[in-house]
Design a protein around this ligand. Structure first.
Ligand SMILES: Nc1nc2c(c(=O)[nH]1)N[C@H]1C(S)=C(S)[C@@H](COP(=O)(O)OP(=O)(O)OC[C@H]3O[C@@H](n4cnc5c(=O)[nH]c(N)nc54)[C@H](O)[C@@H]3O)O[C@H]1N2
Ligand SMILES: Nc1nc2c(c(=O)[nH]1)N[C@H]1C(S)=C(S)[C@@H](COP(=O)(O)OP(=O)(O)OC[C@H]3O[C@@H](n4cnc5c(=O)[nH]c(N)nc54)[C@H](O)[C@@H]3O)O[C@H]1N2
Ligand code: SF4
Ligand SMILES: [Mo]
Length: 745
């Protein structure tokens, strides 16, 4: 007998609702849930392969503990004993900063990743935190922190209502969107065109998204900040600036006018390879559209001026009056957001409160650059302690961060390493203890992080679709136990972690005059919480204290976990609404349009006006059936066009004597790799493209299918020294490379 269970897809940021067919405890089919309030039945090939991803025979079933140099199967008790015995001496001898934490991308897709890493980090007290954010969107956090006073206040394009979308360095037809959670992003772009709206795409490659656009600008990689500054210049020059309803909330407009004065369309044309006429047209179209949204993603962040480009995206939204208005770019309001506090000056956003030990990189959002992880382990400076023990949670930095070979060696030299990961892969193979979470069908799902970035306010929760297999441990419990084992309270009941968080949260809430529970008894409130386990009670707590919450009885029809469970396809909370000045937490209480650190970084951009290196530069690309480094082990998703090949333009191929299919050696500052050439005019001349997440040929992994067609690790071309200085984000795009055709024997 088969049954159906609902499960939100955890495989990308689109958060589609899936209807799983389950035979016994096996997922035999996955289709889009037509009744899902947000995704309305959409599913992509990855979601459709949920069953295959779930049942991958290479997923680890039990913890592994290193004994006599070998990783061997162990019980959970043995594993956590080993964790405590391995980490505690390092903390006691060298202090908390000697224990590093690496958080990878899937933490935004799991309940465990949302609820425990902050507790773990707080309890350990380490400053050595590295996350995938510094390979991705840290520039956007820093720009939001500076503009709005809150690094997590990220405006999202109002896809369903906008008249004009300017999309920069994003390819949602393959990625399904990022920092803009929108199931069926492709369909939403087609609907924009169908209702008479315009789509402009800026990308050095003619991507599937670019092919859908009214206009595609094939910019030279790494130069978007120049183009956007020139667009801002045009808005001022042609008197097209109109803040509209934003006027009372914005300070620094005149300062921005002065700051972009040098960046004329003519002055940026050569660096960007964009005609001045085109830049002017882009600015005029943006200003003329009834509503418009500028949206930038990976290609605008993972570049030398990532923070400036991210800042300029919102500057353009603001100068055209499109921030915080329907059809523009708005701040979502998720059900688990904190209780909105009254508007007014806040604490502001601080950068560089501490620095990395070796290169002195400033922290951003409490994190150090992942590019600096290897040197923080392998380099002694005499000041401060190197990282000697490491906890990696859902992260594969050996492939996803610069210079995997160096990191590989550094990880091997650690006193102790723990990986929470379902696979024995390029990173976890170095661990002394591997703690495998259960497959997704056995885990609950709620989008704590991604709902704060969604194009529609909505809330959905799915319980595990099948019960935990015998011998499995929920990832929430794994992370709770990891917290206890690493902080000297090994053996305590893991429920104590949730109880402590609930007690602290309620303690604060009852003292807060703006909270709906001000003055009430925390014990009485705790007793009202429902849910089968600690994580569910924490979800209930957040929902009830949140902006739509019942406030523990203060609002009869408000949100609770019980109410959410009664709506298995989710609850729609309506379109995005203007929220200013609510989200602002700057010291001035306003949008600070030209923050100091940004002004200080502009001279570096001015220098870039004159820079135009001759050689080839490398950019990345994503494939719909791939996902970073960890989905190459699923046969249904590999093969066909999803391969690790080097795209290069026919003109460059001819000049270098490269034939289609021929192996090409690609050299960068950090090393070289060899990949087959795929000659295509989808990439502009002067630019080559290689996808990331490949290179599955290291020994000691258990990725049978991936190892059969391993590809090469593009990040080996990087040496980790190229960063956006404000955010510490790695430069992964626009990287100088040299090509040498390899003659076949
Ligand atoms: N050159 C280049 N490099 C890039 C990028 C690029 O565009 N170009 N993109 C960057 C970006 S945007 C990102 S986000 C990073 C990603 O960097 P990482 O987060 O390091 O990489 P992932 O491949 O997403 O690795 C996820 C890890 O989590 C494990 N995992 C999967 N599901 C679960 C789960 O439910 N629980 C746990 N605990 N683990 C799980 C996987 O087995 C894998 O080991 O890569 C970056 N690297
Ligand atoms: N199928 C699939 N989906 C994914 C992922 C995946 O690996 N596979 N990864 C997920 C993750 S972690 C993330 S962060 C998102 C990323 O989501 P997106 O940002 O949409 O990701 P990409 O497809 O890498 O698109 C980046 C685009 O920027 C272009 N580009 C490169 N350099 C420049 C530049 O200097 N300027 C401009 N204007 N463009 C440039 C590239 O050619 C590329 O087309 O995708 C998520 N979804
Ligand atoms: S678009 Fe993303 S969330 Fe939706 S089914 Fe595909 S992988 Fe899953
Ligand atoms: Mo990402």
């Amino acid at each position: 007998m088969s049954r159906t269970a609902l499960r939100i897809c955890p495989l990308c940021e689109a958060t589609c609702g899936l209807a799983l067919t389950i035979d016994g405890t096996t997922v035999t089919a996955a289709r889009g849930d037509r009744d899902d309030v947000f995704s309305r039945g959409f599913v992509c090939p990855k979601g459709a392969s949920f069953g295959a991803a779930d049942a991958d025979p290479d997923r680890l079933r039990t913890p592994l503990v290193r004994r006599d140099g070998e990783l061997r199967e162990a019980t959970w008790e043995e594993a956590f004993d080993a964790v405590a015995a391995g980490i505690r001496p390092v903390v006691e001898r060298y202090g908390p900063h000697s224990v590093g934490i690496v958080l990878g991308n899937p933490n935004v897709h799991t309940v465990a990743g949302a609820l425990y890493p902050a507790v773990l980090r707080g309890a350990l007290g380490t400053r050595s935190l590295f996350t995938a954010s510094t390979l991705d969107q840290m520039p956007k956090h820093v720009s939001s922190g500076l503009l709005f006073g809150d690094a997590n206040a990220i405006p999202v394009p109002d896809l369903d209502r906008t008249d004009h979308l300017l999309l920069i360095g994003a390819n949602p037809l393959e990625s399904n969107g990022s920092l803009c959670t929108a199931p069926d992003f492709p369909g939403r772009l087609k609907a924009l065109r169908a209702r008479g709206g315009t789509l402009t795409v800026i990308d050095p490659r003619r991507t599937r998204t670019a092919r859908l656009a009214d206009r595609h600008v094939a910019i030279r990689p790494g130069t978007d900040a120049l183009l956007l500054a020139a667009m801002a210049h045009v808005l001022f020059e042609e008197d097209l600036v109109d803040l509209g309803a934003l006027t009372p909330y914005v300070e620094g407009k005149d300062e921005v006018r002065d700051a972009v004065r040098d960046f004329t369309p003519e002055s940026v044309a050569a660096a960007c390879d964009v005609d001045a006429d085109v830049t002017r047209a882009l600015a005029r179209e943006l200003a003329a559209a009834p509503t418009a949204a500028v949206y930038g993603r990976i290609g605008s962040c993972t570049v030398p001026h990532g923070t400036l480009a991210s800042w300029l995206v919102d500057v353009l939204n603001i100068l055209t009056g499109n921030l915080d208005r329907p059809g523009g770019a708005l701040f979502p309001q998720a059900a688990t957001d904190r209780t909105p506090r009254p508007a007014g000056p806040g604490r502001g956003f601080a950068l560089g409160r501490w620095h990395s030990r070796v290169s002195g990189h400033p922290e951003a959002k409490g994190e150090l650059p992942l590019s600096a992880l290897a040197e923080e382990i392998d380099t002694a400076t005499g000041i401060g302690e190197p990282v000697r023990a490491l906890l990696t949670i859902a992260a594969n930095p050996v492939l996803s961060a610069p210079d995997g070979d160096r990191l590989d060696k550094a990880l091997d030299s650690l006193d102790f390493m723990v990986s929470v990961d379902p696979y024995l892969n390029e990173t976890s193979r170095h661990a002394h203890v591997v703690l495998p979470p259960p497959p997704p069908a056995q885990s609950p799902h709620h989008d704590f992080a991604l709902n704060t970035l969604a194009v529609r306010n909505q809330v959905r929760y799915t319980r595990p679709a099948v019960p935990l297999e015998p011998g499995r441990m929920a990832e929430t419990e794994i992370l709770a136990r990891l917290t206890l084992a690493t902080t000297g309270t090994h053996g305590t009941d893991p429920a104590a972690v949730d109880a402590m968080v609930i007690e602290q949260t309620l303690g604060k809430a009852v003292r807060d005059p703006h909270s709906p529970v001000h003055g009430r008894d925390p014990g009485e409130l705790t007793a009202q919480l429902t849910g089968d386990n600690g994580p569910e009670r924490r979800l209930d707590l957040m929902l009830r204290l949140g902006p739509y919450g019942d406030g523990f009885g203060a609002r009869a029809d408000g949100m609770t976990l019980e109410r959410l469970l009664a709506h298995p396809h989710g609850i729609d909370l309506g379109p995005l609404r203007p929220r200013l000045p609510g989200p602002l937490k700057t010291r001035s209480g306003k949008v600070e349009l030209l923050p100091g650190p940004i002004a200080d970084d502009l001279p570096r951009l001015r220098q870039a006006l004159a820079e135009r290196p001759d050689g080839l530069v490398l950019v990345g690309r994503r494939h719909l059936r791939s996902n970073n480094s960890w989905m190459h082990n699923i046969p249904a998703l590999t093969g066909g066009s999803n391969r690790c090949t080097l795209h290069l333009h026919p003109d460059d191929a001819e000049r270098l004597g490269v034939r289609a299919g021929q192996p090409v050696r690609i050299k960068g500052a950090g090393g070289e790799v060899t990949a087959p050439a795929e000659v295509t005019d989808a990439v502009r001349p002067g630019v080559v493209s290689l996808p990331h997440g490949w290179g599955h040929d290291r020994p000691g992994t258990r990725l049978t299918h991936a190892a059969a067609e391993p590809g090469v690790n593009v990040n080996q071309l990087l040496d980790g020294s190229m960063l956006d200085p404000l955010s510490g984000n790695a430069v992964l795009n626009g990287v100088p490379v040299e090509l040498v055709p390899v003659s076949r024997p």
